[in-house]
Ligand binder design. Structure first.
Ligand code: SDX
Length: 429
């Protein structure tokens, strides 16, 4: 509850607003009564200074470059944990015991298949459809197949929907990929871990056995872990807002997928690789840095900058280590794309423009390099981000739905349109 207050004085009004103190981060001023008491709205397009909810799941300190999931720092989780254990932590709030983890992994593993009739959905898309378009459609369609886990007022159905989403996203993403390259869809295997299962569903073909490379599956698992959740980012806020109307979880996750697809958000990893390929050679880097700095050019360096991190993105640091390991394993250390990426990072970070605006590589800068080296096309980069972020969306969704204070989200506006005027018949216009 409030332990301090802020006084807002304007015109002949003076309004006391409660201030709440968090366990970490800035205090918040509760303005929920402002309109009722002062007949004014606050104005914050892009929500740069607005907390939309209280949460206990993830905390970011943008100045320190710190990312905590239920208090545990992301670099420790990336080094010592693995994706499904992080999923448990995000969903239930504590690290699991060995027995709890075994039960959770078993529940996820045994939900990885999708309803057989859903396989028909893939065939309705053109082969050149973007995998994100297919995922968006198929995930939304899940509400037509899993009616027994769409009643969000039933905690058991919320739990089943959560497990189903986390378990089936890799199967759907891999099936979307296989469909677009004209290869048969591969079913999940229960004897493989989450990341290995995904790699096999993407890269195995019926004509030969597929052996998962443990270094690649470890790198895949680390990419899943690094993208799992990130406070109230655009796609998570989309899932929360969609869910606040009581819509079913599958439809709300589909809304999150749609938002993530944008190049300013989860689509940045694909856009970053395409930018590196467009730059092509190290000698063209100054041309692109000049464009990014040019106020009259809307061009931005993809994979650089972040709304919250103003020092460095701790995920990028871990991702860069993985990039070195994977490229060394694959013998592509002299990958021309990586050479351009490393030189671009060096030149950008030495440039005052980027230092002043606190722009540096974010999580998307290195993830694309690893994924390309692993054999994924750029069109699969954002689907992989969506697979990983599903647990974040679901965890935030469960937190919101389970909050008795929850109400439908309905922002107001600063109206600048026409004021009242009478209709004019066409012959008088
Ligand atoms: C993700 O929110 C999350 O947590 C997201 C995410 C997650 O895990 O969910 O971390 C994942 O989305 C990472 C970000 C991926 N996007 C990109 O890499 C796309 C390129 N970056 C941007 O477009 C931009 O940096 C944003 C969208 C990430 C952040 O934008 P902001 O906070 O709204 O900052 P801004 O647009 O107000 O920019 C501030 C200034 C501007 O210059 P001025 O108008 O003040 O002169 O910095 C400039 C911008 O022009 N700027 C850039 C730049 N990003 C910002 N200039 C060149 N290149 C860039 N990449």
């Amino acid at each position: 509850m409030a332990d301090k207050t802020a006084t807002l004085t304007f015109g002949d009004k003076s309004i006391e607003l409660p201030i709440y103190s968090p366990t970490a981060g800035p205090d918040v001023i509760d303005i929920s009564k402002l309109y009722g008491q002062g007949d004014v709205f606050t104005y914050d397009p892009g929500f740069t200074s607005t907390a939309a909810c209280d949460s206990t799941i993830t905390f970011i300190d943008g100045d320190k470059g710190e990312l905590l999931h239920r208090g545990y720092p992301i670099d420790q989780l990336a080094d010592s944990s693995h994706y499904l254990e992080v999923c448990y932590l995000l969903l239930y709030g504590e690290l699991p015991s060995a027995a709890e983890l075994e039960d959770f992994e078993s529940r996820v593993t045994n939900h990885t298949m999708i309803h057989e009739q859903m396989m028909n959905l893939f065939r309705g898309f053109r082969r050149d459809a973007h995998p994100m378009a297919i995922m968006n459609g198929v995930v939304g369609a899940m509400s037509a197949f899993y009616h027994d886990s769409t009643d969000i007022t039933d905690p058991w159905q919320r739990e089943v929907a959560s497990i189903r989403m986390i378990a089936k996203m890799p199967t759907i993403a891999a099936a979307a990929y296989k469909y677009t390259i004209g290869q048969p869809i591969v079913y999940p295997r229960n004897d493989l871990d989450y990341a290995s299962n995904f790699l096999r569903m993407c890269f195995s073909v019926p004509c030969e056995d597929y052996q998962v490379n443990p270094i690649l599956s470890r790198a895949m698992d680390r990419i899943f872990t690094l993208h799992a959740d990130h406070e109230q980012n655009a796609s998570t806020s989309t899932v929360r807002l969609a869910s606040s109307s009581g819509a079913n979880p599958f439809a709300c996750i589909a809304a999150g997928i749609a938002c993530l697809w944008g190049p300013a958000h989860g689509g940045a990893n694909q856009a970053c690789l395409e930018m590196l390929k467009e730059i092509g050679t190290v000698d063209r880097i100054p041309e692109f840095i000049a464009r990014a700095k040019d106020k009259n050019d809307s061009y931005r360096l993809m994979g650089f900058g972040h709304r919250v991190y103003k020092n460095f993105d701790p995920r990028a640091t871990v991702m860069k280590q993985s990039a070195d390991e994977v490229l060394e394993l694959l013998g592509v250390e002299d990958n021309p794309i990586l050479q351009v990426a490393m030189e671009l990072e060096k030149q950008a970070l030495a440039d005052p423009y980027f230092a002043e605006k606190k722009l540096f590589p974010n999580v998307d800068f290195y993830s694309g390099i690893i994924l390309e080296a692993m054999g994924f096309p750029t069109s699969m980069f954002t689907p992989i981000f969506a697979v990983s972020r599903t647990v974040g969306w679901i965890s935030q969704w469960k937190e919101m739905i389970g909050d008795p204070k929850m109400k439908i989200g309905r922002p107001r506006q600063l109206y600048k349109g026409a004021t009242l005027r009478d209709y004019v018949d066409i012959e008088k216009r």
